[in-house]
Design a protein around this ligand. Sequence first.
Ligand code: GLA
Length: 370
Amino acid sequence: MTAAALGFEAVFGRPAALVAEAPGRVNLIGEHTDYNGGYALPTAIPQKTRIEMAPRDDGLIRVATANVGGGAQLSYRAGEEARRGLWLDYVQGITAVLRDRGVAVPGFDARIASTVPLGSGLSSSASLLVALARGLRAMLALPIDDVEIARIAHAAEHDFVGAPVGRMDQMAASLADESTALFLDTRTLAFERVPLPAEVELLVVDSGVAHQHASGDYKTRRAECERAAEALGVPQLRDVDAAAEQRIASLPPPLDRRARHVVTENVRVLAAVAALRAGDLVRLGALFDASHRSMRDDFEVSVPAVDDLVESARAQPDVFGARLTGGGFGGAIVALVKRGSAAKVGRAVADAYARTPGRRATVLVGGAVS
Ligand code: GLA
């Protein structure tokens, strides 16, 4: 057994002083809207990142994880953060951002264990960042609220790690819970928790096709949105009225399609919140379906394997709607399923998927028989 597969005490020779956690998230609707100043509707998933910590008085930061290559341990000195292109950058990002904000970050030992799958579009990185920021808030008694925790986590990922992501994931990891959807205005970071109806459950199925966030495709989409906003004469696509269809259609391709996705997706989030409040699951499911089509055809962030998963989920009884969730280019789908049926639907979808050689799907949420 490698050192990091052991508990905190076995690794560091003393007990942990505190434990902090943060969940992964699944986005219900509102995709690629966050870096356009728009709306999103994520919810927390049961999988989480857990960090055990204890302060040190010599300025050394030692971090062990059980999640990378069977276990790993790395270290650096507080105040000497430097990007290495490794998982440790997320830890360094948080301590660097806190220091930039005037916090005297001391040394500490930390052990990270996460059940959030990597590369499935369920925000494993945001859950790590938020868990660590929470741990340091507790350790140093920092007077910061949960929105500030999300801002710190976003700055760490965006500015230090260098991933050009929006703010949805960090807000979800910091503020979402499993029984409500977090209706989020990513421009102001205003949020509202909307209860999920008791008659449905969520099914999340990973396609096994790994996505890469910092990858060129995400950056390209973001840049295309910025160009489209500029051509339309607005600060961000959030500011485009859905009635501006003609003007959107007059943009050069593919900017017309990119803008149409973002503008219609924002409208769909508002409609989804209204449907949730009204308990209108048929309408909500139709919005999931429309969101997937828009991501597939206009934003072009789906892949055939994910489209097949979505179609096969939709073909099952008791499914209200299904869509690709997260950044795309692989990753997972989320389906809205009648309560009590998710495990059955999950099995059927995974079995159908496995009929194509080389494909293997994993049910990540909704797999337990209820
Ligand atoms: C990734 C990013 C988010 C968001 C989604 C797409 O998860 O981290 O900021 O842009 O993709 O909705």
